[in-house]
Write a protein that binds this ligand. Structure first.
Ligand code: ADQ
Length: 457
């Protein structure tokens, strides 16, 4: 078996004794790396003012070498905050209005990818299989090819891929499309993303679809496929089962005091539809006076990317909105929305999901959305809750037992909340069983195996 080299913007180091275990993606990649031996390389998260890069920091854990590089402050501003998060992220989430193009940032993105390729090169062996993750690193394969590397290189995109009409508003779309052609396998989350990619390629006359998942463009032939990412289903279900005895989960249960719990868990990001969701909750309470003082909506939202202005503005908007609804609807003994900005360890999170009658997952656009899958995995088979899920999340193409909603349709989402809260036990069990079977079969290990098998085929 060839050695595996994983490259991603950030690297998850193994949890230190006692620390909360990492999320599913890290667990799966670490397992694959441990089995075959390999390297996980990426940015350390640190930036310095110096132009001369420090040597790569390497740490060995079992069969895995973690290789971390610092970037300069300018690199981080241009490559990460500038192009990746202010151009590619909004464009891939269909938000033309939020993309901010700057020549400097675009150049920085390609420059840092070249830098990372040069840092990686000395570590590579001839038959290594290289797996590159996500939108930060699209040009990496092209850089490695230019240096003469003929290894199998795969790419997986964790976020959506938009239709050509959206993508082609980006001044460097051509370079991005060319960058993808240097991989042997380009993986998307859903059939929908893959067809946006293939459709754009053909329609814009950049390349051809050869059938059987093969494409040709810029003189290269490569494969495209979709591999919906999963979670560590069995382990997560186990956390949830055991969480009843957890002190924080017990306190949460006591504090709900016989009310139904609705839960939302998202990074603070405009793609997650949090403001529309709060509107829908407010609409639900207004339209259903019987639920006054009978329901609590817990929204757990750690801040993210605060250096990007839209995110900073959103922090204020959501906090004000939650405060306004509580002020208008709350009573001396009822706070309708509990809005908290912190990260929660996975075992506790699993317990909170299990307490909730409704998992409210309503992104405006999402590659997959793992929260939807975690919510389902955490349910009690005897008395499962209902997943209310945006049709614009990749997960909606797999989780057919969810109540699918259009998150822009506030009344529609409010109605789905009401429907979920009054759904019969029999219907809840039937919907949940189908979704859980799917999640057990297609967990994150399977995702990892499927991608690597196709990459090496
Ligand atoms: P994200 O946009 O980060 O991921 P998501 O898939 O929902 O979105 O994953 C978030 C993860 O963070 C989940 O595992 C969740 O439990 C965890 N999390 C969120 N809030 C938390 C909190 N307060 N405390 C603790 N944990 C919290 C990107 C894409 C997604 C895609 C994933 C994986 O945007 O579409 O599903 O990558 O490919």
């Amino acid at each position: 078996m060839s050695r595996l080299v994983v490259v991603s913007n950030r690297v998850t180091l193994p949890a230190k004794g006692g620390a909360a275990p990492a999320g599913g993606l890290a667990v799966a990649l670490q397992a694959a790396l441990q089995e075959r031996g390999g390297i996980w390389m990426g940015w350390s998260g640190k930036s310095s003012g110096s132009r001369e890069p420090e040597p790569l920091a390497q740490q060995q854990h079992g069969n895995i070498t973690y290789a971390l590089t610092d970037l300069t402050k300018t690199d981080v501003e241009e490559y990460y905050e500038g192009f990746a998060n202010r151009v590619l992220w909004p464009i891939c989430h269909y938000r033309l209005d939020l993309a901010e193009y700057g020549r400097k940032e675009m150049a920085g993105y390609f420059r840092v990818n070249r830098f990372l390729a040069h840092r990686l090169a000395p570590l590579l062996q001839e038959d290594d299989v290289i797996w590159v993750h996500d939108y930060h690193l699209i040009p990496l394969a092209a850089e490695l090819r230019q240096m003469g590397f003929k290894n199998k290189i795969g790419f997986f995109l964790h976020i959506p891929w938009p239709p050509a009409d959206v993508l082609f508003t980006m001044p460097v779309h051509e370079e991005i499309m060319r960058g993808l052609s240097h991989y042997d396998l380009v993986g998307f989350q859903t059939d929908h993303d893959l067809s946006n990619f293939g459709g754009g390629l053909v329609r814009e006359g950049i390349g051809d679809a050869l059938g059987d998942g093969r494409f040709t463009s810029y003189g290269r032939t490569f494969r495209g496929g979709y591999y919906g990412i999963g979670i560590e289903t069995a382990a997560f279900a186990d956390f949830a089962r055991k969480a009843a005895s957890n002190i924080m989960v017990r306190k949460a249960r006591q504090s709900i005091e016989g009310r139904d719990l609705i839960i939302g868990v998202d990074r603070l990001d405009y793609s997650k539809g949090i403001t529309q969701r709060i509107d829908a909750f407010e609409q639900f309470v207004k339209a259903n006076p019987g639920y006054h003082n009978k329901v609590t909506y817990l929204q757990i939202t750690p801040k993210s990317r605060s250096e990007v202005p839209e995110y900073e503005a959103m922090q204020r908007t959501v906090a004000e909105q939650a405060g306004r609804v509580n002020g208008a609807m709350g009573t001396v003994d009822w706070v309708p929305i509990r809005y908290i900005n912190r990260s929660i360890g996975r075992p506790v999170l699993a317990g909170l999901y299990r307490l909730a009658k409704i998992g409210l997952v309503t992104p405006l656009r999402d590659g997959m959305n793992l929260v939807a899958k975690e919510y389902v995995a955490a349910q009690d088979p005897e008395d499962p809750g209902v997943l209310v899920l945006s049709r614009f999340a990749g997960a909606a193409r797999e989780l057919r037992g969810a109540l699918l909603v259009n998150p822009y349709d506030i009344e529609g989402t409010a109605n789905a909340i009401a429907r979920g809260l009054s759904m019969s036990l029999e219907e809840r069990q039937e919907r949940w069983r189908g979704m859980m079977d799917h999640l057990l079969e297609r967990d994150v290990m399977r995702w990892c195996d499927d991608f690597l098998k196709d990459l090496q085929a």
